[in-house]
Design a protein around this ligand. Structure first.
Ligand SMILES: CC(C)(COP(=O)(O)OP(=O)(O)OC[C@H]1O[C@@H](n2cnc3c(N)ncnc32)[C@H](O)[C@@H]1OP(=O)(O)O)[C@@H](O)C(=O)NCCC(=O)NCCS
Length: 286
């Protein structure tokens, strides 16, 4: 799936209440013959069998968000909407899981999964399958799955989360979330019902010394054991590969997290962006 910028919606004129429910859809400026619910195109993607477009009514109240699938010949094949009378259903974010599956978060708190089917039967089997996944985060401890990032889609959202948690709050540009050891590292992702909620990385400084870096958990999923689960799995991977000592540079505010896992402060580490104090910590595992 590739984000694109080739579709546009017709502009409506006059008082808002007189606007039609659908707007005509254009591709590279030319009419497609299709029209979509809404007045605002929020995002558009090219997928192997066609296109996914997300629209809404550009209304802060009673908002409905629409998800449309068009085939490669620009024919509207499926349109699903999320909304309810007098309720607001604002798109918070959309995350691709693979080339035919994406998860959306609505109002920062509810998750839905969409799957693009290769074929459909009108009304019985829509090309765009919609499933309610539940609250984000769920009540209590999430049932998380830890795995290595492997596919291109995994790495897109892996680096995106790293950047959002560890770099964006300090106005650092995209790209600053990577270093030159990425290809030699083990990258772990934590998933809640398919949604990426945390990441972490380990690399080797020497055959005996492994370093944990880039631990990042989505804010709403913190203090639920996700970071601990990732850290333990990174440690296990490092041990498997022969590590005798684990080191890391901890932000001062999260030192108790690493202490809880047996790490001890062994010195000062460089300040990040001139503002974030760090301590060098280590733990022997031999
Ligand atoms: C640090 C971080 C990875 C911890 O992940 P987490 O999923 O929240 O951690 P856990 O729920 O597994 O915490 C386990 C224990 O560590 C301790 N702990 C975790 N975060 C802490 C914090 N911010 N302050 C003090 N203690 C903390 C607590 O004892 C906690 O147990 P408790 O919740 O039962 O009290 C996460 O807070 C994060 O991503 N922070 C922002 C980015 C960051 O600072 N990354 C680290 C860069 S070095």
């Amino acid at each position: 799936m590739k984000p694109i910028n080739r579709f546009s919606l017709e502009k409506q004129d006059g008082p808002y209440q007189t606007w039609p429910v659908n707007s005509r859809l254009f591709f590279d400026g030319a009419p497609t013959g299709a029209s979509l619910p809404g007045y605002q195109l929020l995002c558009q993607f090219e997928v192997p069998d066609g296109y996914i477009l997300v629209t809404d009514y550009d209304c802060p109240f009673e908002e409905i968000t629409n998800f449309a699938f068009l085939d490669g010949r620009l024919r509207l094949k499926s349109c699903r909407w999320l909304g309810w009378m007098y309720e607001t259903y604002l798109l918070t974010r959309l995350e691709w899981v693979d080339e035919k599956t994406f998860i959306v978060i609505i109002n920062e708190q509810v998750a839905y999964r969409f799957t693009i089917h290769r074929w459909g039967i009108p009304y019985l089997r829509p090309r765009l399958r919609l499933e309610w996944l539940g609250w984000v985060p769920p009540e209590g401890r999430p049932n998380i799955k830890i795995q290595e990032a492997q596919t291109p889609a995994d790495f897109i959202r892996y680096y995106d989360l790293r950047w959002k948690v560890l770099r964006k709050p300090w106005d650092q540009p995209r790209g600053s979330e990577k270093d030159d050891l990425e290809e030699k590292s083990v990258h772990l992702i934590a998933l809640d019902r398919g949604l990426l909620i945390g990441v972490g990385r380990v690399h080797f400084n020497s055959p005996a010394e492994a370093q944990i870096r880039f631990m990042a958990i989505l804010e709403e999923y913190r203090r639920k054991g996700v970071g601990s689960t990732i850290l333990r799995e990174l440690e296990r991977k490092a041990l498997e590969r022969g590590a005798k000592t684990l080191v890391l540079n901890s932000r001062e505010e999260v030192i108790p997290f690493y202490e809880k896992h047996g790490y001890k402060i062994i010195g000062d580490a460089p300040m990040l962006f001139g503002k974030i104090g760090h301590k060098n910590m280590a733990k022997d595992v031999k």
